[in-house]
Design a protein around this ligand. Sequence first.
Ligand SMILES: NC(=O)c1ccc[n+]([C@@H]2O[C@H](COP(=O)([O-])OP(=O)(O)OC[C@H]3O[C@@H](n4cnc5c(N)ncnc54)[C@H](O)[C@@H]3O)[C@@H](O)[C@H]2O)c1
Length: 312
Amino acid sequence: MDQLRFDGRVAIVTGAGGNPSLGRAHALLLAARGAHVVVNDIGELPAALGYPGIGSAQAVVDEIRAADGSAVADTHSVADEAGAAAIVQAAIDAFGRVDIVVNNAGVCRVVSFDDMTPADFRHTIEVNLMGTVQVCRAAWPHLKAQGYGRIVNIASGSMTGLAWQTAYAAAKGGVFSFTRALASEGVAHGIRANVVTPGALTRMVHAAQGPDSSFIAAAADGVLAPELVSPTIAVLAHEQCPVTGECIESIGGRVDRFYLARTPGFTDPAMTVETLAAHWDEVMAGAAPGISRHDESDPRQWSPRAYRPLSA
Ligand SMILES: NC(=O)c1ccc[n+]([C@@H]2O[C@H](COP(=O)([O-])OP(=O)(O)OC[C@H]3O[C@@H](n4cnc5c(N)ncnc54)[C@H](O)[C@@H]3O)[C@@H](O)[C@H]2O)c1
């Protein structure tokens, strides 16, 4: 098979300044395959988030240029409407167009529902969901006008119901549903929009899990390298992208389809409370294991870092 290339295409990858990080790996791969890339990241996160290291869009741009690739850095926040517009404008100013948007910027707080401050809940929605919406909104007129676009939005397996991630799960579930609806609107304009639920050992995971976490230990052997997720992004960002409105899970070299399902259910035109209660097993029957999952494990078994509210 010929190498899948992106020559002449312009890509935006948000939240791509971390190292190691998923966004950086995606930006490096797209650039290595010929795309001009806007590498976005706000940079150092508030210390309260506890992320180790600094996300630097410029550092990733330097890496791309050192490999003879083409990239510019952008440090606007996706959570800010004007910032999202500026990110897209950076692509237009530097490269004259935008073809690919990878909405990868995200924040994750691991904390019980009742301990999380409303401000942190809102912030999680603002970055993960509204950031994705706003960058899509800014890019959309350009994609529509040229009758072509590839959008890859990043959700998380947490959206199925991971404990201690109510805000993050809500935001990522929003990204999932938003993208499916957007994909429907994009069909008439040559725009394909898909979701990826990734998994990799990154600053975000290090921030969420303490150094003695079994997850970190299990991932330390390289099986969760961010670079193993990037081919999934590239296939969905390519001209030959085979799907739209889909959600693809990509973790450690395994790629699968993540989809909503409905059981055959129980029907009774004369439905009463008691009939329904008596037939509840039929409502639930027929769901394949793994399609609709939520985590019933006790999150206290994890080793999360201490929660520090943003406003503290
Ligand atoms: N690592 C995993 O296992 C995993 C699992 C599921 C989903 N994800 C998602 O993958 C994406 C990448 O995460 P990662 O694991 O590489 O972590 P990461 O922390 O390295 O990447 C997220 C980046 O987003 C940036 N960012 C935060 N707020 C921003 C804002 N307002 N504007 C612009 N940039 C902002 C951060 O500075 C950071 O560099 C995120 O959306 C995350 O939720 C990761």
